[in-house]
Write a protein that binds this ligand. Structure first.
Ligand SMILES: Cc1cc2nc3c(=O)[nH]c(=O)nc-3n(C[C@H](O)[C@H](O)[C@H](O)COP(=O)(O)O)c2cc1C
Length: 223
């Protein structure tokens, strides 16, 4: 982790601390993210495992106005549907609604409304083998996404992965020149956070682990 200092000028973060506090951030300062820092985080992405070490990936940093002109409007056009149909939330919660859902919705909406102002996006593309199903193919690209998220966290950057690119995927593929046969796995927004990194909220490990058989606890559930 000391190299993070050399490349990004940011304090090194312990790996476990980075994992514990790499929550999604959707509000960013306008300051640009230096290419060296992005490259360093993308190098970490390349350290991820993939089936047979095939490394069928390509990471495209998106800064072009053309890509933003496709995705910004597409994100906004899809927002109400995503929010009501997928998340089951009110797309524009009342300002005094402080529920968890409303707060999450507001931060997501902020990203949607400010899509064009995010300093950088990284498009994670994957060339499937064609031998296994989508679920297993995904296993050869999402570890790279996660490595990138953690490396970005170590540099003090905020990130959030998104699947909403699907609303503008056809035009995006044309603008970026993505060859046929390649899939887009994730679009990750990256920038210096407007808020703080903070602990992720997850189910306790005891509740999601078992020893040997499905229901046999590995550790005691103290929660
Ligand atoms: C595959 C995937 C797709 C996601 N898509 C979106 C998205 O389209 N928009 C968004 O705001 N967050 C998106 N997220 C972020 C999740 O909402 C977030 O990780 C989750 O709510 C847990 O919150 P945390 O990351 O802050 O701990 C996505 C995360 C993953 C792993």
């Amino acid at each position: 982790m000391t190299e993070a200092n050399e490349h990004g000028g940011t304090p090194a973060v312990d790996l476990f601390e980075a994992m514990r506090t790499a929550r999604s951030l959707r509000r960013f300062k306008p300051d640009p993210v230096p290419d060296e820092v992005l490259a360093r985080c993308l190098e970490a992405a390349t350290w991820a495992p993939s089936g047979s070490n095939r490394q069928g990936w390509r990471f495209i940093v998106l800064r072009s106005p053309e890509a933003r002109a496709v995705l910004g409007p597409a994100f906004r056009a899809g927002w109400d549907w995503v929010c009501t149909s997928i998340y089951g939330y009110e797309p524009r919660p009342a300002p005094d609604d402080m529920s968890k859902a409303a707060r999450l919705t507001r931060t997501m909406l902020h990203l949607v409304e400010n899509f064009e102002n995010v300093p950088a996006y990284v498009l994670f593309c994957h060339e499937p083998t064609g031998f296994v199903g989508d679920f297993l193919e995904a296993g050869s690209i999402f570890p790279a996404v996660q490595n990138f998220l953690l490396a970005a966290r170590a540099h003090g950057l905020g990130t959030v992965p998104s699947t909403w690119f699907t609303f503008g995927e056809k035009q995006l593929r044309e603008v970026v020149g993505i060859p046929d046969g390649w899939q887009i796995a994730s679009l990750v927004a990256v920038g210096w956070p407007e808020g703080n990194h903070g602990p992720v909220r997850r189910k306790p490990v005891a509740r999601v682990t078992a020893l040997d058989t499905w229901d046999n606890p590995l550790i005691k559930d103290e929660s």
